[in-house]
Ligand binder design. Sequence first.
Ligand code: CP
Ligand code: NVA
Length: 304
Amino acid sequence: MAIRHFLSLMDLTREELDTVIERAIELKALRAQGIATEPFRDKVLGMIFEKSSTRTRVSFEAGMAQMGGSALFLSPRDTQLGRGEPIEDSARVISRMVDMVMIRTFGHNVLERFAAHSRVPVINALSDSFHPCQLLADVQTYVEHRGSPTGRVVAWVGDGNNMCHSYINAARQFDFELRIACPEGYDPDESIVATAGDRVSIVRKPQDAVRDADWVATDVWASMGQETEQQQRLKAFEGFLVDHELMSHANSEAIFMHCLPAHRGEEVSAELLEDENISVVWDEAENRLHAQKALMEFLQENSN
Ligand code: CP
Ligand code: NVA
């Protein structure tokens, strides 16, 4: 066995992803029954955050505690990472002291460099390129509400960003059709789109993506690190609001997801976000906890 990392959804096979999602659903049920699962006694997760977070930090930290372990919050502001200690050196040192590391950073290559020098599993907790933990939670949420995503039609409306890239990987792994509606100039990375073949298409009108879709997802128009582009992006994404009118073009059983935080009135209407007949965003957020617990258990069990 080698060390298993989770830098993108492509690091696990389809069967492994299915196992993790099934286990996430099981861990959620066990927790609801008050039954503790504590395989991580004496285990420590190092959490490196170079960007802000609510859901990711709380879900990883609470998840470790619930599984009998603990988590260390490491910010570049008060570690040597922020003072220029090389990632490779940090990886060699930190991974001799903890059992797993999760990293939220800007460039995806930071994760790759860390993983290449780590003795323990490394988890991508969001990079500029991917957000795979969120997709575990999103797929779990779809499975819970509507069953298998295989063969379904998924519409991504908005920026061709890290979340969009992870939806492309999910389309490959779970074999669904993904229609991406984004304004010109905000397409996902061409090389990532190319990996998905005819499972993924890009359109310019949100309605063309959403028509008869089973699952509609969006995200903020300006991601972390793009704050200075906010005004320009507000203009570019005019007409890309996901609301009840847009959802009326989808399949009548369609559900809406958003990784959160949401900007009401920009990428999603307040009414849609709050409409629990269509919007499953709170379950989606909660599932970060269960999905990551299952992921960490998988990585621990399959690494040496
Ligand atoms: N969806 C998500 O990753 O949220 P946070 O930025 O709050 O962690
Ligand atoms: N695309 C967003 C996702 C936040 C969870 C960002 O990177 O800021």
